[in-house]
Design a protein around this ligand. Structure first.
Ligand code: NAP
Length: 294
């Protein structure tokens, strides 16, 4: 092969890979300690894992917090420790966001706030097994928790954020939203909804001062794989390099907020994987090959 051609090909490929895989810095302006700026973050699913980590990192940045989840004892414990460590105000809202009445209650709380800077729709869970065998009530709860609740809370947060010309909403989605493997029907479908919802909404909000992110993590070390849904399941021994810590996932999410990558995938490995999955022909064939293995 002609040397000049080879060099041009490699240089162009390297440039394209860099452009597609890099993480530009976020443009969201952090001003929690400005007394005139909105300085409250509301986080759902804050009693564990990624949600609790958002609470820690945002408290460290000086945000007051509203924490929502079902396990109020956990939320109070976390609130106590954050108030002591960071001198911020933390409110606890016990809510089951798979239930209409509780979603309506949190929605009303959001509409009443005049200082909401960040809404983080993070609460979620997974199930094991094929749709045909799974509990229909639990599947409906997943759709409610991953789709209806974030949509309703987002709608409640938007009027105030748009009026103030300032705010951000992070919807915790997943790389699973790009994956079509058996045993994961509603999880993949609801996460795909969250990603599409976020990307489309950001287009509606261009120039409004409100930023949207669909955070799409891969395997993250949290309690996710240890909930009652997974009790009869022996987890596959995925190698260490496939796992990220909640600290790293949340740090990358906050640093990238408003960087133009609405669907934000933390970690180079998962960025490469999503890029491949979204490439026509390559993505379909990868999925087919993976279906033979899993
Ligand atoms: N861990 C991963 O590998 C991974 C990968 C990609 C995406 N994600 C996504 O990340 C998000 C956080 O999960 P995680 O990994 O941090 O798992 P986790 O440690 O199990 O935390 C899940 C959180 O969601 C809350 N939650 C679950 N059902 C709820 C309900 N009905 N109402 C209100 N809150 C509820 C839980 O609180 P209560 O039980 O107290 O209600 C808990 O705070 C989820 O949306 C998940 O899909 C996780």
């Amino acid at each position: 092969m002609n040397k000049r051609f080879l060099f041009t090909f490699l240089a162009t490929s390297a440039l394209a890979a860099w452009a597609l895989l890099r993480t530009p810095p976020g443009r969201f302006v952090w001003r929690p300690r400005d007394p005139n700026a909105p300085h409250v973050a509301l986080i759902t699913g804050a009693s564990a894992g990624i949600g609790a980590e958002y609470a820690r990192q945002l408290a460290a940045r000086g945000f007051d917090l509203v924490l929502a989840a079902r396990r109020a004892d956990r939320l109070h414990e976390l609130a106590q420790s954050l108030m002591q460590t960071y001198r911020v105000h933390v409110e606890v809202v016990a809510a089951d966001l798979a239930q209409e009445a509780d979603v309506a209650r949190v929605e009303a709380r959001i509409r009443a706030m005049d200082n909401l800077a960040l809404l983080i729709n993070n609460a979620g869970f997974g199930t094991i097994g094929r749709l045909v065998n799974s509990d229909p009530v639990r599947q409906q709860e997943m759709v409610y928790l991953h789709v209806m609740a974030p949509m309703r809370l987002t709608q409640a947060a938007l009027p105030g954020m748009i009026t103030r010309g300032y705010g951000a909403i992070i919807n915790v989605s997943s790389v699973a939203g790009y994956v079509r493997l058996r045993g994961n029907v509603n999880y993949a479908a609801t996460k795909a909804y969250l990603t599409a919802f976020s990307e489309t909404l950001q287009n509606e909000l261009l120039g409004s001062g409100v930023f949207i992110q669909a955070l799409c993590p891969g395997f993250t070390r949290t309690e996710f794989h240890f909930t009652p849904e997974f009790k009869d399941h022996t987890p596959k021994p995925y190698p260490n390099f496939m796992w990220m810590s909640a600290q790293e996932v949340v740090r990358q999410s906050l640093d990238a907020l408003g960087n133009g990558q609405v669907a934000f995938v933390p970690g180079l490995l998962y960025r490469v994987m999503v890029l491949a999955l979204r490439t026509p022909v390559i993505g379909d064939n990868l999925m087919r090959a993976a279906s033979l293995l899993f």
